[in-house]
Design a binder for this molecule. Structure first.
Ligand SMILES: [Zn+2]
Length: 316
């Protein structure tokens, strides 16, 4: 479904059941095929706001997805993603948001506005693992690399879809491409809510792996479909992510420019880009903080105050 049709469907139908589906693969390979899965009855509707997320691991029918399903379920993968854990319960939502792993019959991850579900396909986990293995072999990395690759990318992908969910559920204003905006949110959440045991270098590496995946999905042979897509080109999403990482600490990440992961021309504006994107998302989400998050609200207000733009700074 195109962005325009999606907007129309959302605007006309509101949050009640409708055949609208944001088919979305953050790696710029969207498909308009609805998922072949049963409709899950929405809960938490009505006047009472809901806060906590729900998590469901659906049993796949395909034999070759059973092992992935068992591991994901046993690990309670979605609930334990550090950034999802950090924001679970943080926002007052008009409807409950459910995170689901499911057999989709295709590669992808989606946000479904009709059932307010973020769906991560088992097929995506399989493809990411295979890609992580290839990455490990190509670069001679350690045996834990494939799982690390999967985990870093799952974090980014699920947070990207969570961004779509928040835009829909909270009716957040987005000008420009929503795909870019939710890429920014995913990166900001990963930079802000790393696991307690993760160093800034590990956080940057997680985003580097996510950026690498976006880049690897690019065919390099662009045509009208690629230019017209809702998503920016893979190469552009790669540099956008690198810019957000670099922008958090230009001195610490100076090596990115030296290594050619970011051009010097783009890097110069990245601290400002990162600050603007972070401030925008904080400002958008602040009014929806759930009761009990008053301390966080104060911290966010202080951040907005502290990071206030220099009114004389120029844009181009
Ligand atoms: Zn998307």
């Amino acid at each position: 479904m195109t962005g325009w049709l999606m907007l129309v469907a959302l605007a006309c139908a509101g949050p009640v059941a409708v055949a609208a589906t944001v088919t979305d693969d953050p790696a710029a390979e969207d498909s308009a095929t609805p998922l072949p899965r049963s409709v899950v009855q929405a809960t938490g509707e009505g006047s009472n706001p809901t806060y906590a997320f729900e998590y469901v691991y659906e049993a796949p029918a395909a034999d070759d997805l059973q092992t992935i399903y068992r591991r994901v379920r046993e690990a309670d993968l979605l609930r334990r993603l550090p950034e999802v854990q950090a924001i679970d319960g943080m926002f007052e939502l008009p409807r409950r948001l459910r995170f689901v792993t499911a057999e989709c019959g295709e590669f992808g991850a989606f946000y479904h506005p009709d059932s307010t579900e973020v769906v991560l396909c088992y097929e995506t986990l399989r493809t990411l693992y295979e890609h992580g293995q290839a990455h490990q072999q190509a670069l001679g990395l350690g045996p834990d690399h494939p799982l690390r690759y999967v985990r870093a990318n799952v974090r980014f992908i699920v947070l990207h879809e969570t961004g779509h969910a928040l835009v829909d559920l909270l009716d957040l204003p987005v000008t420009g491409r929503q795909e870019d905006a939710v890429d920014q949110l995913a990166a900001i959440l990963m930079l802000r809510f790393a696991g307690l045991d993760e160093s800034p270098e590990e956080v940057a590496e997680n985003l580097e792996l996510a950026a690498n995946w976006l880049l690897s999905r690019s065919t390099g042979a662009y045509n009208l479909d690629a230019y017209a897509d809702e998503h920016a080109l893979g190469e552009q999403r790669y540099f956008n992510l690198q810019c957000l990482v670099y922008g958090t600490d230009p001195e610490g990440f100076a090596g990115m420019v030296e290594a050619g992961d970011l051009t010097a021309a783009r890097a110069a504006g990245c601290p400002r880009e990162t600050r603007r994107a972070s401030r925008a998302w904080v400002r958008l989400l602040l009014p929806y903080l759930a009761p009990g998050y008053e301390a966080y609200a104060e911290e966010a207000e202080a951040y907005l105050e502290r990071s206030g733009e220099d009114a004389t700074a120029s844009s181009r």
